[in-house]
Design a protein around this ligand. Structure first.
Ligand SMILES: C[S@@+](CC[C@H](N)C(=O)[O-])C[C@H]1O[C@@H](n2cnc3c(N)ncnc32)[C@H](O)[C@@H]1O
Length: 238
């Protein structure tokens, strides 16, 4: 939640419900990630999570950190942070495939990940980008499962991770409940803590024409993403 104080400065307040709706991608005077990056995460999402699940000097990892939003938010909060991506967008992002993270087991305090949720966005030309696999193909979920296993491995016991993901609808393939499928997969490795609904804004389909089409042709535009908050316990969950 963002409020304007008397002197017109923005103040961030911790979210208290499971519905998060942020008007802009960024907060404050400095950029957090790049709001021109296709698929950038709202910086408030990461800010809220880090406030709740980390303490100063903790190690935060984002295995698919895109334009670096997690790095920027974490550094401002005096956290140690490592951001990986298959196609690094800036110099402080380490090139790596999220299916094999080069960190020792049980060493990380918090993981945030905003993964592709089908092949709807072109992130890069890299052949190992999971965003090249359509979610209509079971392989998509198998590859995300490899990432989930790595996240579980690197997290310290009892620590938390959060995974942002959206559902998929296309005229030719209809609805794929990507969120439910990923939740089910994650529940094998983690204890579910909560599910947040993050309102989607600033997407290319948020135009009068698309809203008209949705009404006329009887379909829905995607209005939210799921944010799954999960905890690593000592045993696998199922
Ligand atoms: C939704 S974007 C992340 C956005 C980011 N949180 C931000 O705020 O800019 C998903 C990212 O996953 C990356 N990615 C896709 N497949 C990957 C893989 N196998 N390993 C690591 N990163 C991958 C893409 O390159 C893309 O940058």
């Amino acid at each position: 939640m963002v409020v304007l104080t008397k002197n017109k400065k923005t103040e961030l307040i911790l979210e208290s419900t499971t519905l998060w709706d942020f008007p802009t991608q960024n907060y404050g005077d400095k950029p957090h990630g790049d709001n021109k990056f296709n698929g950038v995460t709202p910086a408030f999402v990461i800010w809220n999570l880090l406030q709740r699940y980390t303490k100063p000097n903790d190690l935060v990892v984002d295995p698919m950190c895109g334009s670096g939003t997690t790095i920027d938010v974490a550094k401002e909060l005096s956290l140690r942070v490592i951001g990986y991506d298959i196609a690094p967008y800036r110099k402080d992002i380490i090139q790596n495939d999220a299916r094999k993270i080069p960190l020792h087991s049980n060493t990380v305090d918090f993981v945030f990940i905003d993964s592709p949720y089908s092949d709807n966005v072109k992130y890069s030309d890299h052949s190992k980008c999971i965003g090249k696999i359509p979610c209509t193909d079971e392989k998509f979920f198998m590859e995300l499962e490899k990432v989930a296993k790595e996240i579980r491995r690197i997290l310290k016991p009892e620590k938390y991770m959060a995974w942002l993901i959206g559902d998929h609808w296309r005229k030719n393939t209809s609805y794929i409940p990507v969120g439910f499928k990923v939740y089910e997969m994650l529940s094998k490795f983690f204890k579910p803590v909560d599910v947040i609904c993050v309102v989607r804004r600033n997407q290319t389909s948020n135009t009068g024409l698309w809203h008209k089409r949705a009404r006329e042709f009887n379909f829905y535009l995607r209005g939210f993403k799921y944010l799954f908050i999960m905890q690593k316990t000592n045993q696998e969950e199922s």
